[in-house]
Unconditional design. Structure first.
Length: 220
C-alpha cells in the first residue's frame, strides 16, 4: 500500500466511468471492442481506435472542474476537523509539512491516518478513518492516484462530507465518482497553501498565498 506521494504527479486510473462533459471532445466513452466514442463540441460523436494517439490524448485531458476559490474558502472556513490520510512521520515528506502547518497555524482538530505509524508529530496515528474519535469535516489525502477510488469509498463509509486530494495527485474518474456519491471534492490542490492564501500573507515555508493585504483575513 502506498502513502505520501511527496507531491509528484501520478497517472490517472480507470477505476470508475468518466462523466460526459458539456463541451469539447470528451474523454472517450466505451463502445465496441477496440474502439471508443468521442463526443465533439457540436454534439456529434465519432468512433476512433482505442489505441490511437487521439484517444490517449482525449483520455488524458482534464475536463472535471472542482470547487471555485470562493467555494474552497467556504469549505475551509466551515471545517473544524481534518484527517490526513497517508500522513507520514518522515519530516521530509509533504504530508509532514502540511500536518505541521495545520497544527501550528489553524484551529482544526487534526488527525493522522497511517496504519504503519504509531505517532506522527507527537500525536496518535490511526490505522483508518473508521478508528477516528469523530467524523472529520475534511479528509485530506496523500495517496497515489490509483488508490484514490478506494479512499473515496473509505470516506463515504466514514460519513465525512469532503475529500481533499493533495497537490500533484489527479484521478478524474475518482473525482467524478466522489461527486456522484455526494462528496464535496477538491483535487490537485494543497490544503496548506489554500488555507494560508485565504488567511492572507506568507506562512510556514514561505508559500506565496497570492493575497495582497495589510492584514489577515477575519478568523473563522
Amino acid at each position: 500500500m502506498s502513502f505520501d506521494t511527496g507531491g509528484l504527479p501520478a497517472a490517472q486510473t480507470n477505476a470508475h466511468p468518466a462523466a460526459t462533459p458539456d463541451s469539447g471532445p470528451t474523454a472517450p466513452v466505451d463502445e465496441t471492442p477496440g474502439t471508443t466514442t468521442a463526443v465533439l463540441s457540436n454534439g456529434l460523436t465519432c468512433e476512433i481506435p482505442r489505441s490511437s494517439p487521439l484517444a490517449k490524448l482525449l483520455k488524458s485531458q482534464r475536463t472535471w472542474v472542482g470547487p471555485s476559490a470562493r467555494e474552497r474558502q467556504a469549505i475551509l472556513r466551515r471545517a473544524k476537523s481534518v484527517a490526513i490520510v497517508g500522513a507520514s512521520p518522515n519530516a521530509t515528506r509533504s504530508s509532514y509539512f502540511v500536518g505541521t502547518y495545520l497544527l501550528q497555524s489553524s484551529d482544526y482538530r487534526v488527525y493522522f491516518v497511517n496504519p504503519n505509524a504509531d505517532t506522527i508529530l507527537g500525536q496518535k496515528a490511526y490505522p483508518d478513518l473508521a478508528s477516528l474519535p469523530e467524523v472529520p469535516d475534511i479528509v485530506d489525502v496523500f495517496r497515489k492516484a490509483g488508490d484514490i477510488p478506494s479512499v473515496v469509498d473509505d470516506v463515504l463509509a466514514s460519513g465525512a462530507k469532503t475529500i481533499w486530494v493533495q497537490l500533484g495527485i489527479w484521478n478524474q474518474e475518482a473525482a467524478e465518482y466522489a461527486e456522484s456519491r455526494g462528496l464535496t471534492t477538491v483535487m490537485d490542490r494543497c490544503i496548506k497553501v489554500e488555507h494560508a492564501r485565504f488567511h492572507g500573507g506568507l506562512h510556514l515555508l514561505g508559500f506565496d498565498t497570492g493575497v495582497i493585504s495589510a492584514r489577515k483575513a477575519a478568523a473563522r
